[in-house]
Design a protein around this ligand. Sequence first.
Ligand SMILES: Nc1ncnc2c1ncn2[C@@H]1O[C@H](COP(=O)(O)OP(=O)(O)OP(=O)(O)O)[C@@H](O)[C@H]1O
Ligand SMILES: [Mg+2]
Length: 386
Amino acid sequence: MSRQQQARVEEALRASESMKRGILNSLNTRIAVLDGKGIIVATNKAWDSYGDTRSPSYKAPAALGNNYFDLLQDAADHGDASAEQSMNSLRSVIDRETAFASVEYERAGPGGTHWFVARAMPLEDSIDGAVVSHEDITDRMLAHHALADANKRLQAMSKRVLNIQEEERRGISRELHDDIGQSLTALKIGLHRLAQRIGDEHKEILMQCLSTADLTLEKLRNLSLELRPPQLDQLGLDEALHWLADQQRNNTGLDISCHFAGLTERLPAVLEGVCYRIAQEALNNATRHAKATKIGIRVELSDRLLKLAIHDDGVGFDIDAARNKALRTGSLGLISMEERAQLAGGRLKVRTVPGGGTTVQASFALSGNEKSTENESIDHTLVSMS
Ligand SMILES: Nc1ncnc2c1ncn2[C@@H]1O[C@H](COP(=O)(O)OP(=O)(O)OP(=O)(O)O)[C@@H](O)[C@H]1O
Ligand SMILES: [Mg+2]
């Protein structure tokens, strides 16, 4: 190779080296290269300008030539649990037992807490060297915490909304049955008495009024039962779901069965209410959307695990598409079933394939400390489940 060629190659190498250094130095992430013993052999600008990488209490600075393990040991001796963890992770990377390790840690700073992630990975083309980086993930963590807080607030709100909805249904149902129902019955009695006294020429009008009162009373009764069947409070989930299945069977002519297994005593009132509402919505969906011929409701208690399943043999559906459509159109069925199950400490799964029917399954782990409905003064709020 001529001198000129050699000079050109050296120039190209220098340019390449300087570019690599430039790239490393323009990163915000602090990067250091360690040899097999943990000695810091190269650093980028962010690393140098940060000073102590982990704690102001460290004696050894994280500078070139120092041993990074000493630094971590120092921090661990000052009670830093994440330093202990980092030491073990780094050791396993240097020993080539693992190809990547990361440890998250937080530091209190003047502007509040900062979060970092320390990563270690093997240095390319080396048998024991490692690259260590520290990245500030404070923005990500703050966004994560804000999201978690917003989620908590939303959950609390939806719990409250569902409680209020249930209480209002109960109130309106009672009002319809006891108050308006009684008034209509009194009206009917009055009309009957009148019918005995008036002449034939007005009797027909009176009989029409009586039949309108009868129809209205019937509608009122159905409305009151649909809002909140009294069986749910007085007789329990078993009776309430059998009544619901009977109702839907009469209305639709479908083959709807209801099966209970392993339930020897009443469940907590809140759980009974949640199961009833989930079954009601799943049954409504099956009768409205599924084109099913058979629907089965099954409630099973085994090893303190309560399972509620509503199965139909209908057309099935694409669950993701239905969820997206529900969000656009404001449909609440699927969302409210999931929400109710979750708020009561359970889980809801919908298994469906287009053409292959649908099963909605909710499961709840009972702790064994729940009070059954029979021996509690009924607290109907969902809050008592949490
Ligand atoms: N058992 C089912 N069989 C077939 N399709 C179903 C079934 N359950 C739900 N779906 C589909 O999922 C969609 C969303 O159901 P969801 O209960 O959330 O809303 P909706 O029943 O349309 O309205 P809402 O329940 O608010 O009155 C339905 O519109 C329907 O297309
Ligand atoms: Mg629905």
